[in-house]
Every structure is written in structure tokens, then in C-alpha cells.
Design a protein around this ligand. Sequence first.
Ligand code: SAM
Length: 286
Amino acid sequence: MMDKDRQAPVKGSLYIVATPIGNLADLSARAIEVLGAVDRIVAEDTRHSRRLLQHYALQTPMTALHEHNERELAPQLVEQLAAGSSVAMISDAGTPLISDPGYNLVRLAREAGVPVVPVPGPCALICALSASGLPTDRFIFEGFLPAKGAARRHRLEQLHGESRTLIFYESSHRIVESLQDMQAVFGDQRRAVVARELTKQFETLQGDTLAALVPWVTADPNQQKGEFVVLVQGLEPLNSDAVTPEAEQLLLVLLEELPIKKAAKLAARIMGLNKRALYDRALQLK
Ligand code: SAM
């Protein structure tokens, strides 16, 4: 195995190296050392990664490993590793395998007894979470939501009762639609944070209730550009049965027009609260 204090790569090891998510200065000293010393770097997009290597004057040979050739290439790479080659894997940004290729290679390498050595560094979801102001003790990472509206809403509905902080990746094409769906499913009052262009020139972290956040993003085309992490506060288990004064107000208005069951269901959806608790309160109010 590897002596962690020694920086020189160990022959026959696969290094999983995190690279910057925007700011080139975020490559760690250990990552630079490993990338410069291994026999080969496998990169998701060699043209993209060439800029990073050039920035650090690294001349290690590169091979492309992406979702289309990973299954075919991984066994060959594992053979080379088993024969004593040292390989570093990088992706276009951040930590490989996190919504990025590499899973097949790591799994095969470990099955073959090849040491797999993580070289940690940037990861957009952790970067966003650390500065979000949302609870960090327990969270779940959902990656990208489905691209199609119906499938996306279905996924969100499955997550409605989740009490851990929810973390999503999103692209500029779908940021508005996804946020609108989150508001419709999680309710107006659920808190969320949009983390955009982290570590880059136009880095923005905006946190608010979904009712305030969605129009804020929708109204400004600049806030729809770039790369996004969206974080949503989990449903608070202690408060999920509580009926807030705002929810009660809403319930009263809805009860003027709707039957109890419908009013409770709608109020629960809008406020992101427990349907049963609102139904019980509606019975008392009627
Ligand atoms: N492996 C990467 C990581 O460790 O975060 C993520 C790769 S995934 C294909 C790319 C997505 O990550 C983007 O669409 C965006 O959702 C998120 N992302 C990457 N860089 C980001 C940044 N600088 N600011 C905000 N989100 C970012």
C-alpha cells in the first residue's frame, strides 16, 4: 500500500484525483505532484483537461475515458495497472465519479486488487453545502433530476417528506423549470439555496424561501447562466405536524371555497406541511 507522507505515486496504483470546479488555483499540491508523476492520466475530455495540465506545465500522456468507452477501456487499464503502471483519473471538473464517469474502472480495479488511492479536492455539492447555511449534519445528493417535466415532478414528489438537506445538480437549460417544480412540490415556504458558478467570477449563493427564490432567478437572465447546485432544506420532522399561523390563515381562506379535504391538501402543498395535521386543524376550524 501507499505511504501517505510520500508524494511519489506507487507503481500499479490508480489515483482518483479531484480537479478544480472553475478556479484553476484549486488544484491541490498533492494532485499536481501525482498528475506529474504517474505514467498516464485518463481524462473525461482530453482537450478540456489539457488546459489544466498546461497551466501547471504537466506533460503526462493522456487518454480519454468517458461514458461511451469506459466499459471497453476499463479492463485494458486494469491490466496495465496490474502490470505495474500508475494511472491517475480526472474528470472535467471536481471529483471523478460524482455525476461523472469512472465507476466501472474503480470497481474493476478494486476487484482485481489494484490499490485505488483518492486524492481529494473540489466537489461542487460539498462546496455549495458548506456555504449554504442549510443543515449539513445529514444530507442526500440526488445528482441531476430527470430532464422531462413529468418524470422530474414524480422524483420530487418522492422526495417531499425527506428530512435531510437535498442537493441537486442542474444545468442552465433547466434551472428555471426545476426550481418551479420544486416550489410546486415542496411548497412556497421551503427554504432553498441556488449556488451558481462556484469558485468562478460570477459566483452567487442566493438563499430564500422557494416562493421568493423562484421569481428572483426567473426575473434575471444572468442568474440563469452557468453551472448550478440547488440545495433544499429537508422537511423539518419536528415541525411537520405543526400548523403555522400562516398555514392556518391560508386554510381559512381555502375553506371558504373548498371542501375540507381539498382545502387541507392544497394548503399542505402550498406550505410544505403535513396534510393530516392540516386536515385535523381544518376540522376544528369548520
Ligand atoms: N464531478 C463534479 C463534482 O465533483 O462536483 C460534477 C460533475 S457534473 C457532470 C457537473 C455539474 O456539477 C454541473 O452541471 C453543476 O450542476 C455542478 N457544478 C460543477 N461545477 C460547478 C460550479 N463551479 N458551480 C456550480 N455548480 C457546479
